[in-house]
Write a protein of this length. Structure first.
Length: 150
């Protein structure tokens, strides 16, 4: 039992990723484009999947070669933590800039009034993507202005 706990602690992504589970889950629900994820990528297993330990489901895991070969359905069922470059690409030409002040990251859109603030660059751009998606779904002129905050 101690050996399994040791393996789980080495696989778990404590402190290695920059996106919280609830945001990764929100991205999936909103239809964030998912591409193939290589060994070393971070994701959160689905809460109902007993293959993964409780710590792995709560904290996320770093994918191993075995996971990529044998746990593809688990990866699809789980919640992806897209890399920063993928998040920026998904925002498209509406992405303006990303900057940090002290410990808070801000991702800004080229559209007026649409920005997001978070504790990490990945979370800031993920929240910006969600805000842009919301702005696109609104039909009223000028109704797209919003800020996604911590």
């Amino acid at each position: 039992m101690q050996f399994n706990a040791l393996i789980s602690s080495k696989r778990s992504a404590v402190g290695l990723g920059q996106m919280k589970r609830h945001l990764a889950k929100e991205l999936k629900a909103a239809g964030f484009p998912l591409s193939a994820r290589p060994v070393g990528h971070r994701f959160y297993p689905d809460e109902r999947n007993d293959y993964w330990s409780k710590a792995e489901r709560e904290l996320g895991v770093i994918l191993t070669a075995d996971d990529v070969q044998n746990r593809l359905q688990d990866i699809k069922d789980g919640y992806d933590c897209p890399p920063l470059a993928d998040l920026i690409d998904a925002c498209g030409d509406r992405f303006a800039r990303l900057y940090v002040e002290k410990t808070l990251w801000t991702a800004e859109s080229k559209l007026p009034g649409i920005y997001a603030i978070a504790d990490s660059p990945e979370e800031a751009v993920a929240k910006l993507w969600l805000a842009l998606r919301t702005a696109n779904s609104r039909q009223e002129p000028g109704a797209g202005e919003q800020a996604a905050n911590r």
